[in-house]
Structures are given as structure tokens and as C-alpha cells.
Design a protein around this ligand. Structure first.
Ligand code: UDP
Ligand code: MG
Length: 315
């Protein structure tokens, strides 16, 4: 199995209910399209349910399955990075375990790649079975992101995509810790094409992205692709300084005219406002310093505990 044509890489966190269906559908798609030399790389991201046990079973039964176990929960983007680092295929197909992104789009993506694309990414037209809140925040997120970053990051696009080996090799060589993979792939360049599709509801289980994780993801995305927040801080600082200068002028003139007021309320508002602005700006700067600190440690991005491949005798 040296000459692997396709790697399907799937990060999984507590996905025991959907895994068999995922395996069934991916296998069916590969068979229907005569892709025989493929591997299905399942990455267990420290699940608390029976996900790892089931992955091991699958890898014993099916020689295409590679089961990867991380040492603990690393988060979606790092779990995916782990899978991408060990997969061996000439082409790489990234999927979510919940089957929201249909594996059946593989042949269409393959065809575009045959025609010369290096990356074919799925672009959601509709998202079914998701809350209005999730859709609205996702909508806003992709628009805000594009105002902030200098490269073009496609809108309404997740990690669902087919990549060529040369594009993946560049991605794998990027050592950054706070990974926003869909943006990093855009940054790599080559020839990238969208493929519009309708996003299905989750097959089983529930979303692993609560609001707190979504916010962290958004902050990671913006800070790893843009220093605009720092620039905006400078502008706001400048604006507030000009305001303060005018205020001082007003105060000095008032002093010489002899009508100094006993303005506790206005005094407090100015102090509170300035304090708020300053703390916020320090926070923004801190975000970047914190990221430099984490990156400077140079720790490995993920820790793989076990990799299980069946030795190919048993089918
Ligand atoms: N996931 C993961 N580790 C995590 C959270 C999520 O590996 O800490 C996986 C999850 O199993 C799924 C994918 O990342 O395959 C996307 O997660 P989810 O479907 O919950 O995100 P959503 O589609 O709701 O944005
Ligand atoms: Mg999902």
C-alpha cells in the first residue's frame, strides 16, 4: 500500500454515533469511483466516549483505515493537523466526522483537480439543521474576517476540501501554533477553486463548537492573519489623544477665566472612558504578545499516542 492515491482525513471528538456511517459512506464513494488505493485517516482527539475503541475495531476490519490516537484533546484544527501530517496520499480529502459535508462530492472535486486545480474547497450555499444564531455568527465572522486580513480567504468555507500533495506539503511546513487551516491553505496559493454545495445537518451527536470555542477560533483567525487590530488600536489611541488635548485646552481656558467648575460627573466619565479604552488596547496588544510567547516555546503542535494500521493481511 505504498502508492496511496487518496487520503481521507477526519478529526473526531466524541463521534461514536456517526463513525460507522462515515466509514460506510466514505468506503462506498471510493469504491464507486474506482479509487482503490486510499486510506481513511481517523484522528481521535481525546474523545470521552467509545470513539477510539470503534476506530481500532474499524482499522482491524478494514485495511484502508488508519486509526490515530492523540494524547489528549487538542482541538479541531490541531487534530486535523495531526492527521494531515501522517497521511500519505497523493491527494488529500478533508472531512468532518458528522457528515455535514457530503463525501459524495469527491468525484466532482477530483474532476476539477484533474483539470488542474491544486485545492478544491467546498463553499456552503445553504446550511441546514443549524441554529439561526450559528448561521448569523458564521455569516458575520466570514465578512469581518475578510475586512481584517490582507489575503483573500473564501467566505462560507470550512475545512471541507480536496488538496494536492504539493499544497499539503507547504501547509505541513508551516509551524504556527494557532492554526486557522482554511486561511493557511488560501495563503499557500497555487490554483484554488470553489465548489458550491448545500450543507446537511449533523448526522449524529451535537456540535463541538460552543460559543466560547467559536470566539476563540475567530480571534485566532484574525490575529494569525492580520495585524489590523494593532493598527486600529493606534488609530483609536490617536483619536482619543486629540480629544483629550481639546479637553485640556477647555480646562486651561476655563481656569484662567476663573470659572472652574465642580464637575465630578464629567471628571469621572473622562477617567472611566480613558481607562476603558486603555485596558482594551492593552488587551489587544496582549493577544499578540501571548501568541508570540506560546510560539516561542516551540512545543510540538500535537502529541500522537498510538497509530494503528492493519498490516494488510486482513480485509
Ligand atoms: N472536533 C475535534 N476536536 C474538537 C472539536 C471538534 O476533532 O475539540 C471535530 C469534530 O469531531 C468534527 C469537526 O471537528 O469532526 C467539526 O466539529 P463540529 O461538527 O462540532 O463543528 P461545527 O460543524 O458545528 O462547526
Ligand atoms: Mg459539524
Amino acid at each position: 500500500m505504498d502508492d496511496i492515491k487518496l487520503s481521507v482525513v477526519v478529526p473526531c471528538y466524541n463521534e461514536v454515533d456517526g463513525l460507522l456511517e462515515l466509514h460506510r459512506r466514505v468506503s462506498a464513494v471510493c469504491q464507486a469511483n474506482n479509487v482503490e488505493q486510499y486510506e481513511l485517516v481517523l484522528v481521535n482527539d481525546g474523545s470521552k466516549d467509545g470513539t477510539w475503541g470503534l476506530m481500532q475495531e474499524l482499522s482491524l476490519k478494514d485495511m484502508h483505515v488508519v486509526a490515530v490516537n492523540l494524547s489528549r484533546n487538542h482541538g479541531h484544527q490541531l487534530a486535523l493537523s495531526a492527521g494531515l501530517s501522517i497521511c500519505r496520499g497523493e491527494r488529500i480529502f478533508i472531512l468532518d466526522a458528522d457528515l455535514q459535508d457530503p463525501p459524495e462530492l469527491l468525484p466532482k472535486m477530483m474532476a476539477r483537480m484533474d483539470a488542474g486545480a491544486d485545492v478544491v474547497y467546498g463553499q456552503r450555499i445553504r446550511r441546514e439543521g443549524e441554529t439561526v444564531f450559528k448561521k448569523a455568527t458564521a455569516y458575520l465572522f466570514y465578512r469581518l474576517l475578510n475586512r481584517m486580513v490582507d489575503i483573500e480567504i473564501p467566505r462560507d468555507t470550512g475545512d471541507f476540501r480536496l488538496m494536492s500533495r504539493r499544497a499539503l506539503d507547504v501547509l505541513n511546513s508551516m509551524p504556527e501554533e494557532h492554526r486557522f487551516i482554511r486561511g493557511m491553505v488560501s495563503w499557500v496559493g497555487f490554483h484554488q477553486e470553489p465548489l458550491p454545495y448545500d450543507r446537511a445537518p449533523r448526522f449524529a451527536g451535537e456540535t463541538k463548537y460552543p460559543l466560547s470555542k467559536m470566539i476563540r477560533f475567530a480571534v485566532d483567525a484574525i490575529t494569525s492573519f492580520s495585524i489590523k487590530p494593532l493598527r486600529i488600536s493606534t488609530y483609536i489611541g490617536l483619536l482619543v489623544s486629540v480629544g483629550s488635548l481639546l479637553m485640556m485646552l477647555f480646562v486651561v481656558v476655563g481656569y484662567f477665566r476663573g470659572n472652574t467648575v465642580t464637575g465630578w460627573a464629567s471628571m469621572m466619565s473622562v477617567v472611566l472612558f480613558l481607562g476603558g479604552v486603555q485596558l482594551f488596547m492593552i488587551g489587544v496588544v496582549g493577544e499578540y504578545i501571548g501568541r508570540m510567547f506560546m510560539q516561542a516555546k516551540g512545543r510540538p503542535l500535537f502529541i500522537i499516542k498510538d497509530i494503528q494500521r492493519s498490516n494488510g493481511n486482513d480485509v
